[in-house]
Write a new protein. Structure first.
Ligand code: CO
Length: 512
């Protein structure tokens, strides 16, 4: 028997009680976690609320990741939480993406602890996280049970809104995560990874939004990871989506090509509801448009955010201080990268390819590789270029050029892609190229997650006593190599037990 916590909510969304019952595990897994009851009194007739543009602040997650190499510590964030809570943001993105890995790997910090401590200080503002569907916050697909357990713990520790995406826009890779978010009573934001190709038409994106609504999405995000979304395209895309679904639409872009602030304005005027911004010292460059700019630009008009710039003063001051504190790692403020507009590839992919070729001593082939990228992408069925597909396409293009023979050398990730383990491609892959890569081997056609056996029991055995909270098992499954160092250190700190590591490191251990 396991415990089931049910939130009893009225139709107006007010939680009136939490009911705890027990049931056998199989039943509990299927049980609804939110029960909606009829309001006793009808909600008072409210005058139609003014449509206001809303802002999600990304300073703790995307902006932090884009310009600070994800190196901020929880202690850098906590002192400003209360002031940020007063601003009136729609939400604060503060978890997921690369922050989980970086906290353990570089900072010796528990990501779960960060979540709990920030949550405690954000009393009025919703918390938001980024989740790569079946990839969670890691670099491969995980089993369904791991995805469900992760969502349960993320929401249980304080996440309100979960943004779920998949690099190929394969809805099957988002299915388990989406279902888990709904069951745990979280707000589900489903994401369209924006890209430009002959198959990515307005109709396709709008249909995707419709399918997401059918999967239970509470809102739709248009995620433009590369800064490719132009104001003109954003306007038509938002209108096309709004015609198909009656859900809030949120726009996420990067300033890298210099268009993002204009794109936000065009999208909002076309009916979008929320835009992702970063406080000015963490804004622009490879990050988001500045929060203050968008507030000031809309003030006094029909989409006025209602937010006050005065409340942002202490927030901006704090992040300015952090920029100075970490001036050696601040990156990405380099004006507009015109290559993004020319080649329609993300700025990160452009610079990665450049440095890879430089290391290999064949920078002279760079222009050729740039011309090869769209060919490879076409043959691979037009994947959106986002982690991990951007690396997969980039590496293959470089190999095709360097070896002088196309598809002669094919790295393992590219083979797995053709085998179907990343999911369904937006367009069919080129059959002749598939033959070169796979020979007669048939690719899988099922949801890739189905192929992965349960992982939790085995992981529990492997980490043994170092597990001091149920969440540690997930940290270990997601990043086993990193967690092997991190978890024993955490155990030692929390239990004030010397496990021998310090004695070895400290010079006094050798004194006689
Ligand atoms: Co982003």
């Amino acid at each position: 028997m396991v415990e089931i916590k049910k939130k009893i909510k009225t139709e107006n969304g007010i939680v009136i009680a939490t009911k705890v019952t027990t049931a056998p595990k199989e039943e509990a897994d299927k049980a609804e976690r939110v029960v909606v009851v009829k309001d006793k009194k009808p909600a008072p007739q409210q005058p139609e609320a003014k449509r206001r543009a809303k802002i999600m602040e990304t300073a703790f997650r995307d902006a932090h990741q884009s310009i600070m190499a994800t190196r901020l510590r929880t202690d850098d964030m906590l002192p400003i939480c209360e002031a940020m809570d007063e601003v009136g943001y729609h939400s604060i993105e503060m978890w997921g993406g690369a922050t989980f890995d970086a906290a353990m790997r570089f900072l010796d910090e528990d990501p779960w602890d960060r979540l709990r401590r920030i949550r405690k200080r954000l009393k009025k503002t919703k918390t938001q996280m980024l989740m790569r569907g079946q990839n969670i916050v890691g670099y491969r697909h995980y089993s369904d049970e791991v995805v469900r357990e992760f969502v349960k713990r993320a929401i249980g520790n304080g996440i309100d809104i979960v943004r779920v995406f998949d690099a190929l826009n394969d809805l099957r890779n988002m299915e388990i995560a989406a279902d888990a978010v709904k069951r745990e009573g979280g707000t589900l934001q489903m994401t369209i990874s924006y890209t430009i190709s002959p198959v990515h038409t307005l109709e396709l994106f709008a249909k995707q939004a419709r399918d997401m609504a059918d999967m239970g999405a509470d809102s739709i995000c248009i995620k433009d990871m590369a800064g490719l979304l132009s104001p003109v395209a954003a306007s038509s895309l938002v209108k096309a989506i709004k015609e198909k679904v009656d859900l809030p639409v949120q726009i996420h872009s990067h300033y890298t090509s210099g268009m993002a602030a204009m794109t936000y304005l065009a999208a909002l005027e076309a009916g979008a509801d929320i835009v992702d911004c970063a406080i000015s010292p963490f804004a622009m460059g490879t990050s988001q448009p500045a929060t203050e700019t968008i507030i000031a630009a809309l003030a006094g008009g029909p989409l006025d955010t209602g937010l006050s710039l005065e409340k942002l003063l202490p927030v901006a001051k704090h992040y300015q201080m952090l920029r100075e504190k970490y001036k050696d790692i601040v990156m990405g403020i380099s004006g507009v990268n015109i290559n993004i507009l020319l080649y329609q590839i993300p700025g990160g992919m452009y610079s990665n390819l450049q440095s890879q070729l430089k290391e290999g001593g064949c920078l002279d082939k760079f222009a050729e590789v740039m011309e090869e990228v769209p060919r490879v992408r076409k043959e691979m069925g037009y994947p959106p270029l986002v982690t991990p597909t951007s690396q997969i396409v980039g590496t293959q293009a470089a190999m095709n050029v360097i070896t002088g023979k196309r598809w002669k050398m094919v790295p393992n990730e590219v083979q797995q892609y053709f085998r179907g383990y990343y999911g369904r491609t937006p367009a069919p892959v080129d059959p002749e190229v598939q033959k070169l890569v796979l020979g007669d081997e048939e690719p899988i056609t099922c949801r890739p997650g189905e192929k992965i056996p349960p992982e939790i029991e085995q992981a529990k055995k492997e980490i043994g006593i170092w597990c001091t909270q149920p969440e540690d098992v997930l940290s270990y499954i997601l990043f086993p190599q990193v967690a092997k160092d991190f978890l024993p250190n955490k155990f030692s700190r929390e239990n004030l037990v010397n496990i021998g590591q310090e004695e070895q490191d400290a010079p006094e251990a050798y004194e006689i």
